[in-house]
Design a protein around this ligand. Structure first.
Ligand SMILES: Cc1cc2nc3c(=O)[nH]c(=O)nc-3n(C[C@H](O)[C@H](O)[C@H](O)COP(=O)(O)OP(=O)(O)OC[C@H]3O[C@@H](n4cnc5c(N)ncnc54)[C@H](O)[C@@H]3O)c2cc1C
Length: 281
């Protein structure tokens, strides 16, 4: 069985925790700058380099890791990067955790001549960028769905607070300025949810879903930040008390506009697809 057939059932069963190692200090949005190198020695690969911002660093049992097997820095990465499965306890692998604005296991993954057997290569030599982008192209839908979950909770909190909190002798929701906010939060959230449904349906049908997924990720994450921010506003001072629900949502949702491709990268993907289609390509 292939390496994927061997490990994926255990990941799906929750027995193994996985990490996805693309980002490096000089390779963020531009994966063509991946500098981690893998060199073949007999039937094994030797990997050397540093990854950063890796979710589950230090927690993961295995990492799917992108490394350079040919080409040069800044070459775009097509044909020159390869994906490997690297065990979390491999000799030469170490991790360094750091904190981000909300609770999230994340850190650097450092590789000093980590050996990986050729059977634990994922996909073709030189096919790593396609594996990475193919994965992101599907899973960004789940980031969009998560963003909508944050926004749904924020809207629920706003509805309760503005219905019960009284100022000037009336519930806050009786003031049109805030009531209209609630209507807009609801409408934008529903639009985001429908974009996620469309993207997920397209992915499930096995069709190319580049535009659908980019739209869902872009709109849902940007909108969720806006919805959570409105909820903080509706709570007034309580909205910024550390540990209150809307304060946590506001902080937690922020990173979703950055990881699995920033909002700007989604705009780049979408606009390229639109322009190519308009040109009949
Ligand atoms: C909480 C969290 C978890 C993460 N988990 C993982 C993980 O598990 N695995 C992993 O590999 N990475 C992970 N990342 C890294 C994440 O994918 C990168 O942060 C992201 O791709 C952006 O890269 P960068 O931070 O280097 O920013 P940069 O690429 O330096 O971008 C900086 C800014 O410039 C903009 N920009 C860049 N290029 C363009 C362009 N061509 N046009 C317009 N604007 C542009 C970006 O949109 C951004 O606003 C995680 C990040 C965070 C915050």
């Amino acid at each position: 069985p292939s390496v994927c057939e061997r490990v994926l059932p255990r990941v799906a069963a929750g027995e193994l925790v996985a990490g996805f190692g693309l980002t490096e200090p000089d390779a963020g949005s531009d994966l063509g700058m991946v500098a981690t190198r893998a060199e073949k020695h007999g039937s094994r690969w030797r990997i050397r380099g540093a990854k950063t911002f890796i979710s589950n660093a230090g927690v993961a049992d295995l990492y799917t890791l992108l490394a350079r097997t040919s080409g040069e820095l800044g070459d775009g990465g097509k044909g020159s990067l390869t994906m490997f499965l690297v065990r979390g306890d491999a000799k030469g692998l170490s991790t360094r955790r750091f904190e981000v604005t909300s609770p999230h296991p994340i850190g650097d993954v450092l590789l000093e001549d980590v050996e990986v057997p050729d059977e634990e290569r994922i996909g073709a030599v030189g096919g790593g960028l396609e594996v990475a982008l193919g994965t992101l192209g599907r899973f960004r839908t789940s980031v969009a769905a998560a963003a909508n979950g944050f926004a749904r909770r924020a809207l629920d909190e706003s509805l309760v607070r503005t219905s019960t909190r009284q100022q000037f002798g009336k519930p806050l929701a009786a003031f049109q300025g805030l009531a209209f906010d609630l209507a807009e939060m609801d409408t934008r959230l529903r639009a985001a949810e429908l974009l996620v449904e469309e993207a997920a349906d397209t992915v499930d049908r096995g069709e190319r879903a580049v535009e659908e997924v980019a739209r869902a990720k872009l709109f849902s994450t940007e909108n969720a930040s806006w919805v959570c921010d409105r909820a903080v506003q509706h709570f007034g001072g309580l909205g910024v008390v550390r540990g209150s629900i809307v304060e946590q949502l506001w902080r937690d949702v922020r990173a979703l506009r950055i990881y699995e491709g920033t909002s700007e990268i989604q705009k780049l993907i979408l606009s390229r697809a639109l322009v190519a289609r308009a040109a009949g390509k």
